[in-house]
Structure formats: C-alpha cells, structure tokens
Design a protein around this ligand. Structure first.
Ligand code: AMP
Length: 542
C-alpha cells in the first residue's frame, strides 16, 4: 500500500520560490568587481533569475546544456545558480585559479555552450576563447557601462542586457528530481580533473541535512558570509541553504584579504562564515596586528583541509567564535562530517572540547562511513586504529561524469583516498591523504598531526610534512616550514618543540625553511610539488 501524500519532485527552483514567498525582504549584499557594495533581496533575486531563465531559453537553452561560470561569490553568480539549474540545464562552476590549459580542458570536456565570467577574468577568457570548442557565447557579468571595449572575444554579451531582454514571468519547469543540476570537477593533482555531476535530488537532500543544528546550524536569524568560493563545490551548499532558511547573505567578491573580510563582517553584522584554514589565517593575522575583535560573528565553519588546533583555540578563546570543523569532498557535494558536540560533551572542560573540535566530526544524516584495512575488512572504531575512509550516501557520486576513472566504487562504497580513525562516539579524524602518509619502517606516520604541532609554534605561518627517503626506514618525516613575517625559529628549536607532543619516532628528522608553500586552486597545500622539490633531499639521519 502506498502512502497518500503529495508527490513533489525535489527541485532546486523550489528553494528559490520558497525564499521569494517567505523571505522576500531578506538582504543579499555583494562586494562587486565594479568596486561598490551592492544590495538586493530574495524577491529581486527570484525576479532576475526568472528573467535570466527566459533570456537563456529564448536563446536556445535546452535541458542538460552545460553552462560554465568563471565568477566570484556575488549576487549575479547566485542568480545563475537558480536560473540555469532551475531551467533544467547544468551549472558548471569553473575554478578560475586553474591554469588556462586546464580551463580549456574543462570547458571542452563539459561541452559548455555558454560561459559567464566576472570582469576580473577577462584576460583568461580572452586567452581561452579562440581555443574552446563548444562555447557559442561569452557573457560578461556586468552592465553596459562596464563592458570591455574593443575585446576580440567572439559573441560577447552583457549580463545586464540579458536580464533586460528576459520577460519577468517564467514558470519553473517540473521534471524528474534525478535530473543533473550542476557540475564540479575535482582538483586533479595528478590526472586530469574528473567531474562530479550533482542532481536536483542530491542537492536538495544535502541542503536539508546541511542546515541542521548539528551541521551548519543555519536559520533566518543568521547573516552568512561564505568565503568558500561558489566555484568550489557550490560554496559547500550555502547558496542553497541560505534560500531554504531565509538567511541574510553577504558575498565578499574578490576581497578575500583579512581587512576586506573583517570590514564586511562588522559592517553587515555577519553571524556565520565558512572557509578554508588559509583564508582564516589571513584574517586572524590582520586582527592580531590591529587589535580587532568581532561584534556579531558567532561561529565559523572551517574545512577543505585540516584546521590546525592552534587556529581553533585562537577563534574560541581570543575571539569567542565557535569553530565548526567540517570534512567533505567534491564527490560528496561536499559535506560528509561536521564536528558538533553530543549532550555528554557539554560537561567537558574547554580544553577537552578544543581537542574534540580538532577532529572532523560525525556524519550528517544521509551519509554513512567506515574505515577499512588493506584487505577490505572494517577497522574498529576505537579512536586509535586508522584505515582507508569509505563513504556512501544520498549525495555521494556513484561514478564520474562521462564515466571517467571507470567505476570508482568498492562494493557500493566510495573510497575517499583519506586515511582516518573513528572513535566509539562516531567522531572521525583524518590523519592523512593516503598518498601523503609517511611510511617509516613499515609503520605509518600521519603528516597532519605533525603539521598541527608545528602550526602551534608562534613563529610558524604554515607547515607541511612530507616523506623524505631514508636508507634504513624507507621514509622519514621532513618538515617544510614557512615562518611568519618578522618571526624567527631555528631547526633545533622546532625539533625540540615536538618533545612530549608526539611519540619520539614520529618527530621529524629535519626542518627546511621556505619562502612559500605551494597552494592549489582550492587553497590546499600541494605536497606533491614539495615532494618533487625535495625528492633528493638528504636527511641528516640518513
Ligand atoms: P576537494 O574535493 O577539493 O574538496 O578535496 C577533498 C579533500 O580535502 C578530502 O578528501 C580531504 O583530503 C581534504 N579535506 C577536506 N576537508 C578536510 C578537513 N576538515 N580536514 C582534513 N582534510 C580535509
């Protein structure tokens, strides 16, 4: 017997319709490429998304067409999130920090038909326009007054002209909720990037779960500033969550430095932000140097790479901002786990709570996880033993776009490539990427632990721990350190800093100081580049 309940497909357009009907006056503030601060509302967002959907449809947009974007976080990008996916086409958000050759590869692989871009990225578009195979029109996300003069880009259109030509009425089409909605490619450090093709259903279920109190904990009373880019896994789902709960949204545009962010936090009453540790490092350095605080910020979601405990402590103790440590992947839309306390943890001391927050946390409902040994057997959740982390769930890919990489699943589970341990309460902690693990004398040394310790030293701005060759132990840890400006620390002082903080055989054998540590397009340390750079490094212990 079937239940007698209404059937409504889970479609992204329903989020926008909800926001327009129930939170029409809620504000969306964007720092624009044009230089000013722009203010709009959910009502206007919905109206302009309808106009854009009309304009694109009139120009031949079809279901499942892939529409590319090269854009910062801003209201026009948000309009495209809804206009494109809501029409049944697929929004392909491209990371503009990638090399132009990679951008050409992605646009061709996705068979993009239109490319929208912020003016910042005009030089990239000029470079790739003669090379891409399927793009028929390029749209500059600006108004007529700011259109680039004399550009050689063929079929160059103006965003605001499209909005003006689209009629205001548009009935969002109803279709199968399993229809593809958006496309993000993995960073692809070694191979070509592979595409994760999300569906309306997976996105809606992710949105519902992501907003829960034990997850991002978002409500209509929040003012959310996603620093995490809308070109990196849909800004962790915040553009959808904000519409669902009716939160005020603040978009930082290209201003991601500490001062620009802090000014915006204070001016707009931001209560919650989300971003990778490297961005928060810039913010904290600016605040420390200028003796600043937060008036309204209450919590920040940190993920993308491990959040160093020293950063969690600074936010919690000095700035009274609660840190929500999260783990996810492009292949998971992206949220997998979030660290929030259980009832019994409220009794813990502040320092015990901080130690718990260094973990990546518990799964959201909708995701399951396990850690497995090399033989595929499940590893116990004792908080000690590590294994390869595998996941499955409603918003996990079951294959890459166009079948790249064949079938990635192992007996129905997605192997994440991360090494982790899980404790009896279900709190997961990433110890490494499997390819970054240091294998010393047959035992594994987790590089993230060693980096976190170095990051707790006041003179260290960034630290990466990589495997260096050793004749006896195969591999030993080598610590690569970037110092904070004007601060000093020696190799021996840093080695000594590990005493009592880690088992002796885990202590790095040597330290090298560098001017900068290479970061990838999503702010993660590129350890493969460091390994290459220090391939022939001779350890003093070797
Ligand atoms: P991406 O698909 O580019 O978002 O990268 C996903 C990878 O980033 C994961 O597989 C992890 O290796 C890493 N990652 C994401 N969040 C965290 C976190 N909180 N701690 C440690 N690693 C993380």
């Amino acid at each position: 017997m079937l239940g007698s309940m209404m059937q409504m497909p889970l479609l992204i357009s329903s989020l926008l319709m909800h926001a327009e009907r129930h939170h029409p006056e809620q504000e969306i503030v964007s720092r624009r490429v044009e230089g000013d601060l722009h203010r709009t509302t959910y009502r206007e967002l919905a109206g302009r998304a309808r106009r854009m959907a009309n304009a694109l449809t009139a120009r031949g947009l079809k279901m499942s067409d892939r529409i590319g974007t090269l854009a910062w976080n801003g209201y026009r990008h948000l309009e495209l999130y809804y206009a494109v996916s809501g029409s049944g086409a697929v929004l392909h958000t491209i990371n503009p920090r990638l090399h132009p050759d990679q951008i050409v590869y992605l646009a061709d692989h996705a068979e993009n038909t239109i490319l929208f871009f912020d003016l910042t990225f005009l030089p990239i578009v000029e470079a790739i326009a003669p090379r891409v195979k399927t793009i028929k029109a390029f749209v500059a996300m600006t108004d007529a007054a700011h259109m680039p003069a004399g550009s050689a880009i063929p079929n160059l259109l103006c965003y605001e002209d499209l909005i003006a030509e689209g009629a205001p009425e548009f009935d969002w089409p109803q279709f199968d909720e399993n229809t593809a909605s958006s496309l993000c490619y993995t960073s692809g450090t070694t191979d070509n990037p592979k595409g994760a093709l999300y569906s309306h259903r997976s996105t809606l279920l992710h949105t519902l779960s992501a907003a829960l109190p034990d997850a991002l904990n978002c409500s209509a009373g929040d003012c959310i500033l996603p620093v995490v880019p809308m070109f990196h896994v849909n800004a962790w789902g915040i553009p959808y969550v904000a519409c669902m709960v009716g939160a005020k949204l603040v978009f930082p545009g290209a201003g991601l430095d500490g001062k620009s962010l802090h000014d915006l936090f204070e001016a707009e009453g931001v209560t919650m932000a989300a971003g990778v540790p490297t961005v928060w490092q810039g913010l904290l350095a600016h605040m420390q140097a200028n003796n600043l605080g937060f008036s309204t910020m209450r919590r920040t979601v940190i993920g993308g790479s491990a959040c160093p405990p020293a950063m969690i402590e600074a936010f919690e103790k000095t700035y009274k901002v609660h840190v929500v440590h999260a783990w996810g992947m492009t292949e998971l839309s992206p949220l997998g786990t979030i660290c929030s306390f259980k009832f019994k943890h409220k009794e813990l001391s502040v320092d015990q709570q901080l130690a718990l927050q260094a973990r990546q946390g518990r799964v959201l409902f909708g995701i399951d996880m396990k850690i497995v040994a090399p033989d595929g057997g499940e590893v116990a959740w004792d908080g000690l033993q590590t294994g390869d982390l595998q996941v499955r769930g409603h918003w996990v890919i079951d294959g890459y776009f166009k079948g790249e990489g064949n079938n990635p699943l192992v007996r129905g589970w997605f192997p994440t490539g991360d090494v982790a341990k899980i404790d009896a309460d279900g709190y997961m902690q990433i110890t490494d990427r499997s390819k970054d693990v240091i294998k010393s004398g047959g035992e594994w040394i987790g590089s993230i632990d060693l980096e976190n310790i170095a990051m707790a030293h006041p003179a260290v701005a960034m630290a990466a721990c990589i495997a260096a060759r050793h004749p006896k132990w195969d591999e030993r840890p080598l610590l690569v350190v970037m110092k904070k400006p004007g601060m000093d620390v020696t190799r021996d002082e840093l080695i000594k800093f590990y005493e009592g903080r880690v088992a002796r055989w885990w202590t790095p054998d040597d330290v090298v100081f560098v001017d900068s540590i290479p970061l990838g397009a999503t702010g993660k340390m590129q350890k493969n580049k460091l390994r290459e750079q220090f391939r022939d490094y001779k350890l003093p212990t070797a």
